[in-house]
Design a binder for this molecule. Sequence first.
Ligand code: ATP
Ligand code: MG
Length: 225
Amino acid sequence: MTPETLQRGRLGIFGGTFDPIHIGHLRAVMEVAEELELAQVLFMPCHQPPHPKDVRASAAHRLEMVRRAVNDNPRFGVSDLEVRRPGKSYAVDSLEEFSRLHPGRPLYWLIGADAFFALHQWYQPRRLFDLADFVVMTRPGSPGRDLREYLSHYLDPAFAPADNAWVRLPNGHGAKLLTTTLLDISSTDIRRRAAQGRSLTYLVPPEVEDYICEMKLYETPEGED
Ligand code: ATP
Ligand code: MG
């Protein structure tokens, strides 16, 4: 891929707490990038999740782990846009900034099914679909709900079935479920293992495992620091 294609092609954005990033994230995104021919995917750790959630590692550590995890993949990159923005990280603010930075470039927000079916609790969820398309990745244990039924019930009754299994609004934006390889890996489980001094090998990339060890992240059990 030429640098020019990277600048202009479809841009994927993958937001999360990444506390820490793991193989479940990386593999699912790889499959989406391939399937939808995304020129580039930017992994974007949040500064502060909008919904109450214990975040253990600092934004700087989470960003650094993501950086190390994607470093060897030319199609993957990191965005520090949310980490640099003080306060809660709202996706709609980030997408507005991305569309200002990349006018006319199609934006795809990548999200796991567990997070997607809570979208109606996000800040201004309907506005997200004025800015980007949503690609929903399957995840073990997440609800096997119908995207159109969910979106038309909670966000806008105008969501309708479209080409290639997309569900779209009249403005052209929409969502699609992609069946990605089901990897039952979560950051919660990884933090628990780290606190117990157990191995993280094959759950996170080696660079991330080394970093967690070096920086002594997650050594104390959840809720004890
Ligand atoms: P935690 O257990 O702390 O919530 P997590 O593993 O869910 O961590 P997040 O940073 O919360 O990771 O997730 C970021 C995004 O990645 C979310 O959209 C989530 O649905 C998705 N995701 C996380 N793990 C997987 C997985 N194993 N397969 C597919 N998608 C995933
Ligand atoms: Mg999660």
